[in-house]
Design a protein around this ligand. Structure first.
Ligand code: LLP
Length: 463
């Protein structure tokens, strides 16, 4: 592999263009465990390893690009959430962040429950042996067929999202001779401090039933009257990638307020409250996420304080973290292709994937970090933009990051914190094949989702 320094790339702080970056880190070889999975480290030879396997070996065995997932880290994070909430609460992993059969088995073994939001996620969960009573079924537009399958399977709860769905689930359950446990998802009117596309508790959006104007209270009235339903609680999910706990505090206050109104009107104390997911993770060293035990303490304190004030028995709490469990456990491993310095601007580093394996940068203006992982380097930092191979100028993986100036085609670079909403939102744009998910643990690697092949693509093309 030849390694010549690039001509005249923009390097020095005085000439850097505007962007989302601060000064380059003192040493580009250091890996910050805020954003890298727990077992990631750089060996004495400069090559990065994870789960006891080095990235060059992973690239040889599994190819690039690939999502490399640290299984021990996943299990540790799942366990930390489980332990933090203890026996008095339930943790439902949100499968939309990333779901595969191996993940379902790990969750089952670690004592977590599972939130699914489509027939496909339900099928994956059931086929990997997750007991149906530990599954919650979500979605703002569940089909009758999906509802039927969920009720037949015996899912632990269906989260009702509209007035029409209240009736539909009740009818389907009754026709199957069942009484389905349900929660009602409400919108509490909180503006979560996150990207507009992933905020979900303000009223002007598609999820849930607004608390405002007595609509949630009316939904409860109707659900309590229907024989096919057993209303077990109220659900609120305020958004995603949230650091500030005040939104949860307001949500808990309002949900408990509704529980109190329900008690006063119907003489019923609903036994459960679900506060959704949405806890943020570190994508760059500037982010400071909370630990699960801090979150559990904050949420349980808020709920019991509010319940004491309303003279209600404290309901069983559940939460639905997705990103906070799987996000930090994986990185995407890419091979560097074209390296193009643009004088006075930045150096464009093209990789063998792009917006098809990580749409988050293009969609949410998400920030990521990146590191050279196949070797260490003492070259000076250059301002880089990591871009993909798609026919689209918005095909950006990392908008602004520093990489060593001697970066060359054939080097391996990795983007950390890509465990959540990358493989699960991957596409085949430009007929690019979706990468595998490789689980690494104790010196061994195995594909838990294999790489897509051209045969896979052509199999669907039946015209
Ligand atoms: N529960 C419900 C009802 C949800 O809608 C979601 C996420 C979660 C739990 C899990 O949220 P988490 O803990 O993972 O933040 N594609 C976007 C995120 C969309 C989240 C949708 N719902 C992204 O890449 O940021």
């Amino acid at each position: 592999m030849s390694r010549s320094a690039h001509p005249a790339g923009p390097r020095h702080a005085d000439v850097l263009p505007e962007g989302h970056y601060t000064a380059p880190p003192a040493d580009l070889n250091v890996l910050d465990h805020k954003v890298w999975a727990q077992t990631v480290g750089r060996g004495a030879d400069g090559v990065v390893t994870v789960g006891g396997v080095d990235v060059k070996t992973l690239a040889e065995r599994h190819g690039t690009p690939a999502y490399i997932l640290d299984e021990a880290d996943f299990r540790a994070r799942a366990r930390a959430w489980r332990t933090a909430f203890g026996a008095e609460a339930d943790v439902f992993y949100a499968g939309k962040a990333f779901l595969s059969r191996a993940v379902v088995r790990w969750l089952h073994e670690e004592g977590l429950n599972l939130d699914v939001c489509s027939g496909g996620e339900l099928a994956t969960a059931l086929s990997a042996g997750m007991p149906a009573e530990r599954i919650a079924f979500h979605g703002n537009n569940k089909s009758s067929e999906e509802i039927r399958r969920a009720v037949e399977a015996g899912v632990g709860r269906i989260v009702l999202d509209s007035f029409q769905e209240i009736v539909r689930v009740a009818h389907i359950a009754q026709s199957l001779g069942k009484r389905q446990k349900v929660q009602i998802r409400i919108t509490v009117g909180v503006e979560a401090h996150t990207h507009e596309f992933i905020a979900t508790a303000h009223e002007d959006q598609k999820f849930g039933i607004p608390l405002a104007g007595g609509q949630a209270a009316e939904a409860v009235r109707r659900a309590l009257q229907l024989d096919g339903l057993e209303l077990i609680g109220i659900h609120s999910h305020i958004g995603s990638q949230i650091f500030d706990m005040s939104g949860f505090e307001v949500a808990a206050h309002r949900v408990v307020g509704l529980l109190k109104d329900i008690r006063d009107e119907h003489g019923v104390e609903l036994p459960e409250i679900d506060l959704g997911g949405g806890l943020g993770i570190a994508y760059t060293s500037d982010d400071d996420p909370r630990e699960p035990h801090e979150i559990a303490k904050a949420l349980t304190e808020i709920v019991s304080r509010e319940c004491d004030a309303a003279r209600l028995r404290t309901p069983r709490i559940s939460v639905e973290p997705g990103r906070a469990i799987v996000g930090p456990t994986a990185f995407t491993l890419y091979e560097v292709g074209t390296v193009k310095p643009l004088e006075g601007l930045r150096t464009y580093v093209s990789v063998d994937g792009g917006m098809s394996d990580n749409i988050r940068t293009a969609l949410y203006d998400a920030e990521y970090s990146v590191a050279l992982v196949s070797r260490s380097s003492s070259a000076e930092p250059m301002l880089a933009r990591v871009v993909g191979k798609h026919c689209e100028s918005g095909d950006i993986v990392v908008r602004d990051a520093f990489l060593p100036a001697d970066l060359a085609p054939g080097d391996l670079i990795a983007v950390p914190a890509t465990g959540a909403y990358c493989r699960s939102m991957a596409s085949n744009y430009n007929h690019v094949l979706r990468p595998p998910v490789v689980a690494v643990k104790d010196g061994e690697s195995r594909e838990i989702v294999r790489r897509e092949t051209e045969e896979d693509l052509l199999r669907l093309d039946v015209g």
